[in-house]
Structure formats: C-alpha cells, structure tokens
Design a protein around this ligand. Structure first.
Ligand code: ZN
Length: 278
C-alpha cells in the first residue's frame, strides 16, 4: 500500500503531501488519519519549525471521498480527536453525527491548534472538504491555477462541517459563495482576504519554501504563542460557537435528507456533483 500522506523534512520544514492523486486527493478516513499521524509526527520532531501541507498530482483536493473505490464511510478507525464512541453499526442520525464529529470537526479543530505554524500550499481544485484543510492552516499560498468552491448546498446541507465561511471571507460574500456554489479563482480568493498570496504555478513550491524559511527563523515558542493568541481572538469573535451552531444544522440537514431522499447526501455522489459544476 502506498503512503496516503507523504512526509519529508528539509531545512526545518516538514512537507506533508496528500497522496491519492488518482482520486484528486479525495479524503477518505484512512487518508484523514494518516494526515493526523503526519501532523503529530511533525509536532514531535524537534527538527521541524514549520509545516507545509500540499497535494500530489493535478489538484490539492476534491474534498471528502463521496465515491471512490476506497470510500470507507462505514469503517471505524481508532478515535483520537473526540470522546465519542465508534460510529460503525449505529443507526439513525447517530452514525453520521458521531463519525463527522470525530473525522471532520474534531480533526480540523485539533489541526488548527497545532503548536507549530502551518502553511497550506494549494494548486488546482480545493473543493468543499478541502476548504476545511486549508482554513485550519495559518497561512494559505495558492498558485494562479487554484480555485475554491463549496458546492454542497446541492447535497441539501448548509456547507462543509468546519463552518468557518464567515471568518474566511466577509459574511455577505460567504452567502454568495454558498448560495451559488461557484468556483472562485485564486485571484479572487486573494482579493477577499481568504488567502495570503497567489504565485505562478511553477513557482509555488519555491515561494512557499521561501515563506516557510522566513517563519522558521523565529523562535519556536514565540511562534506557538502568537498562533495561540490569534486563534483565541478568532474564537472570542465567535468562530468556535459559529461552527458548533452550524454543526447542529448540518446534521439536521443530513437527517432530513435521509428521511426524504435516498441518503444523507440527497442522492448526490462525486459523479453527479462534478456534472453539476459544469
Ligand atoms: Zn456531513
């Protein structure tokens, strides 16, 4: 089996690479927990000052796995982010609520709190569940071919589980982003303050390395404290409470879909979603 997340340390920087390029780095549970292992490894490694997260192949990530042969939605893994019991074998709304609390919300919150600075390095598609990965990183650097979208209203849910939309951009634009579900290019994401830099595709890695190197010059503990201070400000502004509220609405939507259509995603899968994107 190939590694689902590649791990490489160079000059004080840990380079983590999502590695399911044949499925546009769609995140199944196996990949998510492999990513968690890689983040933990980077935190424990004293040679690492900064963590960069990128994707192998043509795209950063197409989001959560909703239709590859490796989709593992019914499978349980060792839980690590929450105190919930395993979701496997549960029925009704419980299975999805517990699974997503661990795999999506729990993991994302944990990664946001990593004590080392993280930089998302984005190229190609960054769709739905992929937004959660980049939004929990401290800095976001994208190449000029990158695009961002959260088209999940078509699945009958209000947005991805880590509902940071109105913090990633202003609330009016967040509504447009969700209501239309359109792709926004890196240039637009930069204009609205969602990302830090846009660079030419062939310079993405070098420019990310240059930023990471400058961050890595700073004292480790001061970086951790600066990160903690800003994260606390965001939570004081309501980020954490907003996400908790939206998580309840998200699962009302999953349950409503399950009651009124063929499944909790309103019968949508990777194929139908791709078709709808045009
Ligand atoms: Zn969900």
């Amino acid at each position: 089996m190939t590694d689902l997340v590649l791990y490489d340390v160079r000059d004080g920087v840990a380079w983590l690479t999502l590695n399911r390029p044949e499925y546009r780095n769609a995140q199944n549970a196996a990949l998510t927990f492999a990513l968690d292992d890689a983040f933990n490894r980077a935190v424990a490694d004293d040679d690492v000052k900064v963590i960069v997260l990128g994707g192998a192949g043509k795209h950063f990530s197409a989001g959560h796995d909703i239709g590859t042969p490796g989709r593992d939605i019914d499978k349980s893994f060792d839980r690590r982010a929450t105190q919930f019991w395993e979701h496997e074998g549960r029925d009704g709304a419980e299975a999805m609520y517990v699974r997503e609390a661990e795999l999506y919300l729990g993991m994302c919150r944990r990664w946001r709190e990593l004590p080392k600075p993280t930089i998302a390095m984005v190229h190609g598609a960054c769709i739905a569940g992929a937004l959660m990965l980049v939004w929990v990183c401290d800095l976001i650097i994208a190449s000029d071919d990158a695009f961002f979208a959260d088209p999940v209203l078509r699945m009958g849910v209000p947005g991805v589980e880590y509902f940071a939309h109105s913090f990633a951009m202003n609330p009016r634009l967040a509504k447009e982003f969700l209501f239309l579900g359109d792709r926004i290019p890196a240039s637009r994401a930069y204009e609205i303050g969602m990302i830090n830099r846009v660079v030419p595709r062939d310079e993405l890695e070098a420019q990310t390395a240059a930023v990471a190197a400058r961050v890595a010059e700073k004292p480790r503990f001061a970086l951790a404290l600066a990160k903690r201070a800003i994260n606390f400000s965001e939570d004081a502004m309501g980020l954490r409470a907003s996400i908790d509220n939206a998580y309840g609405l998200h699962h009302l939507a999953h349950a409503h879909n399950a009651l009124t259509s063929e499944d909790h995603l309103k019968g949508q899968d990777a194929k139908s979603m791709k078709k709808g994107m045009g």
